[in-house]
Design a protein around this ligand. Structure first.
Ligand code: C2O
Ligand code: CU
Length: 523
């Protein structure tokens, strides 16, 4: 059996259809009949949260409210600031945890189809990782229990439902997770009202203000590209700030859209952290690439700016990375490689109490080749989208057993080489010979954060590649890495503590659902 363009298997969850209680989900052969529960005996949580997945209506545009799916949170036990609702947003509550906390999350499914949530970037046991096979039916509750092992950072949660991750996220199911720890607290970075989550998404709306999951075959092949940018679930997002330093915690929670963040007045970006928390030292970039699943922690200093001055964060023009055809067919008027505004900032108040940017932010462990179990034999993660099939190492998700190269001894560090299977072509991607095609893929590995050791480019468009590379921040801890056509990326990833099955996949969510996903068996 091949996964491919069998569109009949895919659910089209336009909001109208979403009101019909008819789960189209069929459990594949081999799925466990009783879904596993993450609950363990004698677990005494510091934090106990209920997350209800439910239908709701939210005012996003002028006029009719938009039907969405969302996570609604209830704090049953724990510090009062554990859950923060984003005003006027369909996004789930921002969850704030501390390293070392024992956390219980009860996920209740009040949707008309199965779902399961995944804590993206967190190092948790398999039972708490949101494996697609753990999906729960309508009316059921899944209990997650785990200890927070991650260092401070900005993580996210979203569904990981078999072949329905893209549609469920699209209809609103996503949220951010802030983890705090002592090392970071000691720095006194901007916090409270000076720490701002920026969750970037793109959506299309029909004439009745309802979410439209447009794009057909092109959407399935290249991913969904919406016509409007939403920040924290709001259109035309604007922030009023004081003339001082802020911390912007940026998350790309779009299904497929890649952003090239830049300030409209040419102010460089000051990056203090990425997926897995703070960098060792701040780094500046003229612009920064941010693909789905990735995060950027920005230090943004408005000191010295006069009341009323305005700054716009834009996504800058870039070519390549996504086939031009997809840009036209799927992107509507908002083309992927265009230059367009994301949100604006207005200085509303002058102050001079700004904190200073620390020169040193943290200390990170570094892997050398000698630290990994397979220094001369990187395990391949070969990405292909040829012949109407998306695959990793030649196989789509769910139709094959674990391959030998996917069996990982627990408590080892493994070297991986991620690359495009064919066509070391130009950055432009697009249709090649024999119906093969190529575009950049954001590759996410569950479990512990990894380190990017090296990128090599052997494509035929070094000019575009140099531009791409200038917007990368590869030096921190990562769980998602954008891999361009023609590139080979070496990463070192630890697999400590937990045995079991853990996913790795493209975080272009349409690609994930179309089979560009596999799993490791840590044993
Ligand atoms: Cu953010 Cu396996 O996903
Ligand atoms: Cu992909």
């Amino acid at each position: 059996m091949k996964a491919g363009f069998d569109l009949t298997r895919r659910k089209v969850l336009l909001s109208a259809a979403a009101t019909l209680a008819a789960p189209a989900f069929t459990r594949a052969a081999g799925m466990m009949t009783a879904p596993p529960r993450g609950a363990t005996e004698n677990f005494n949580p510091d934090v106990d949260v209920e997350l209800v997945c439910k239908r709701d209506a939210v005012n996003i545009l002028d006029g009719a409210p938009t039907q969405v799916w969302r996570y609604a949170g209830n704090l049953l036990k724990g510090p009062a600031n554990t859950l923060t609702a984003l005003p006027g947003s369909y996004l789930g509550p921002l969850m704030r945890f501390a390293k070392g906390q024992k956390i219980r999350i009860r996920l209740r499914n009040d949707l008309p189809e199965p779902t399961i949530a995944h804590w993206h970037g967190l190092h948790v046991p398999m039972e708490a990782d949101g494996h697609p096979k753990a999906a729960i039916d309508p009316g059921q509750t899944y209990v997650y229990e785990f200890e927070m092992r991650n260092r401070a950072g900005f993580y996210l949660y979203h569904p990981h439902t078999h072949e329905a991750t893209a549609t469920q996220v699209y209809h609103g199911l996503a949220g951010g997770i802030v983890v705090e720890d002592e090392e970071e607290r000691a720095l006194g970075l901007p916090s409270g009202e000076y720490e701002i989550p920026i969750v970037l998404q793109d959506r299309s709306f029909d004439d009745n203000n309802q979410l439209a999951y447009w794009g057909g075959m092109h959407r399935d092949m290249f991913g969904f590209y919406g016509e409007r940018i939403l920040v924290n679930g709001r259109p035309d997002y604007g922030l009023d700030v004081a003339s001082r330093a802020y911390r912007f915690r940026v998350l790309n929670a779009s299904n497929a859209r890649i952003y090239k963040l830049r300030w409209d007045d040419g102010t460089p970006l000051t990056v203090i952290g990425v997926d897995g928390g703070l960098l060792e030292r701040p780094q500046t970039r003229p612009y920064a690439m941010l693909s789905p699943g990735e995060r950027l922690d920005l230090w943004v200093d408005f000191s010295g700016r006069k009341t009323g001055s305005k700054l716009v964060m834009r996504s800058g023009a870039f070519d390549g990375l996504t086939p031009p055809m997809a840009q036209r067919m799927g992107g509507g008027r908002l083309l992927v490689g265009d230059d367009y505004p994301l949100f604006s900032v207005t200085v509303a108040r002058e102050t001079n109490d700004s904190p200073k940017l620390p020169e040193k932010l943290s200390t990170l462990r570094h892997y050398r080749r000698a630290d990994v179990a397979n220094p001369d034999n990187p395990r391949p993660i070969a990405l292909s989208m040829g012949h109407m099939q998306l695959a990793i190492n030649g196989r789509a998700y769910g139709h094959d057993e674990v391959m030998d190269i996917e069996r990982i001894p627990v408590d080892t560090v493994q070297l991986f080489e991620i690359f495009h299977d064919h066509g070391g072509g130009g950055m432009g991607g697009g249709m090649g010979m024999m119906g093969t095609m190529d575009m950049a893929h954001p590759i996410h590995l569950h479990g512990e954060q990894f380190e990017i050791l090296e990128r090599r480019y052997s494509g035929d468009d070094p000019g575009s590649y140099a531009t791409f590379q200038e917007g990368l921040i590869d030096s921190g801890l990562k769980d998602t890495v954008l891999v361009a056509p023609g590139e080979r990326v070496l990463i070192a990833k630890p697999f400590n503590d937990f045995k079991g099955r853990f996913m790795y996949h493209c975080h272009n969510l349409e690609h994930e659902d179309m089979g560009m996903m596999r799993e490791f068996s840590v044993e």
